[in-house]
Design a protein around this ligand. Structure first.
Ligand SMILES: NC(=O)c1ccc[n+]([C@@H]2O[C@H](COP(=O)([O-])OP(=O)(O)OC[C@H]3O[C@@H](n4cnc5c(N)ncnc54)[C@H](OP(=O)(O)O)[C@@H]3O)[C@@H](O)[C@H]2O)c1
Length: 323
């Protein structure tokens, strides 16, 4: 495994972050087996991954609990990231980024993770109904109280992120050190939104869905209804199979993979690892085999010509509907 620093912090993180959304039972396409989930996390940590990403909403706390079990006895070796924003109770203050909700959920996440502190506490989305000053002050309180080491953000408009950074600077509050954007060879819209801000502000970038939910592994066929894999039961992943330009990207991925004796998933992850703005893609293995395959991406070299061939079929653009 290789390591780098998260944005402009001194925090050392592995170049692959283990996504823990699959570890739960909320959806048919998840692992749906605690023991199997624990084996995947074990193997990831044994292979040198020290960076794990979960969220309170993943299977309504179940993912955090599984991560909590997995990290017992080795907490200090690891960088644990989780998130707040999504609905955790169907009542007023059951979601969002108010001071009340954030502090309640931070305490709950600590309980579920079985730890005294969260390394990276991220806002999952922008909250249109809470002033950013209130959100930042609540996050700053968690940092000051030792419950959180660093704060991060995920998926929003670039002006919102820049406003948050500016506000924290202005008020002397803890500043976001990382951004979690959707980013893969088939989802490049953040090149036109958040990524230029991250580059300018030295923000660590940890892309989610780096394989487009599995599309970039090459398991689906043009013109055929997916019968297995996440796309069979998840509309969001399914929609990636409906765009001809995605298939053109995949054609290039497969050709380069074939020529180098690698798999399409490995080439797709290697492409992200070659983007200077990217710190650590958040991989989402559902099986041990996926994990073993994904781990090898760290050692793959791509030439400038291969990088541009992979990028040629798409002309990224961003719109508000993408958040
Ligand atoms: N901030 C956010 O809003 C947000 C949103 C989504 C995710 N995330 C984070 O990002 C992480 C990763 O997201 P993701 O799960 O969507 O990532 P992804 O890598 O794009 O998709 C993962 C899926 O791809 C398939 N797969 C993975 N590795 C494979 C391999 N080597 N060969 C074949 N198939 C493979 C598996 O699906 P099948 O086998 O079922 O086809 C797996 O469930 C999550 O765990 C979470 O931590 C954050």
């Amino acid at each position: 495994m290789k390591y780098t620093r998260l944005g402009d912090t001194g925090l050392e993180v592995s170049r692959l972050c283990l996504g823990c959304m699959n570890f739960g039972s909320e959806q048919e396409w998840m692992v749906n087996d605690k023991e199997k989930s624990l084996r995947i996390i074990d193997k990831a940590i044994e292979s040198g991954i020290n960076f794990l990403d979960t969220a309170n909403v993943y299977s309504h706390g179940e993912s955090e609990q599984i991560v909590g079990d997995a990290i017992k006895g080795r907490r200090e070796d690891l960088v644990i990231a989780t998130k707040v924003f999504g609905e955790m109770a169907d009542r007023p203050n059951g979601q969002g980024l108010s001071r009340k909700h954030i502090i309640w959920q931070a305490e709950k996440s600590l309980e579920r993770l079985g730890t005294d502190y969260i390394d990276l506490y991220q806002i999952h989305r922008w909250d249109e109904n809470t002033p950013i000053e209130e959100t930042l002050a609540a996050l700053d309180y968690l940092v000051e109280n030792g419950m959180v080491r660093y704060i991060g953000a995920s998926t929003m408009a670039s002006w919102q992120f820049m406003k948050a950074l500016y506000t924290s600077d202005l008020k002397g509050l803890a500043r976001f050190v990382s951004m979690q954007p959707e980013y893969s060879l088939v989802d490049r819209h953040e090149e036109e939104n958040l990524l230029p801000v991250c580059e300018d502000q030295n923000i660590g970038v940890i892309p989610w869905s780096p394989l487009g939910g599995g599309f970039l592994s090459g398991k689906y066929e043009r013109g055929e209804e997916p019968e297995e894999g996440r796309a069979a039961s998840d509309d969001y992943t399914m929609r990636r199979t409906e765009l001809e330009e995605n298939w053109q990207v995949l054609d290039e991925v497969k050709e380069i993979a074939g020529a180098k004796g690698k798999t399409p998933a490995q080439i797709s992850l290697a492409w992200l690892l070659h983007k200077e703005v990217v710190t650590s893609p958040i991989i989402g293995p559902r099986t041990l085999e996926h994990l073993e395959e994904d781990l090898e991406a760290v050692d793959i070299e791509l030439s400038a010509e291969e990088m541009s061939r992979l990028e040629a079929p798409k002309s990224p653009s961003w719109s508000r509907e993408m958040i």
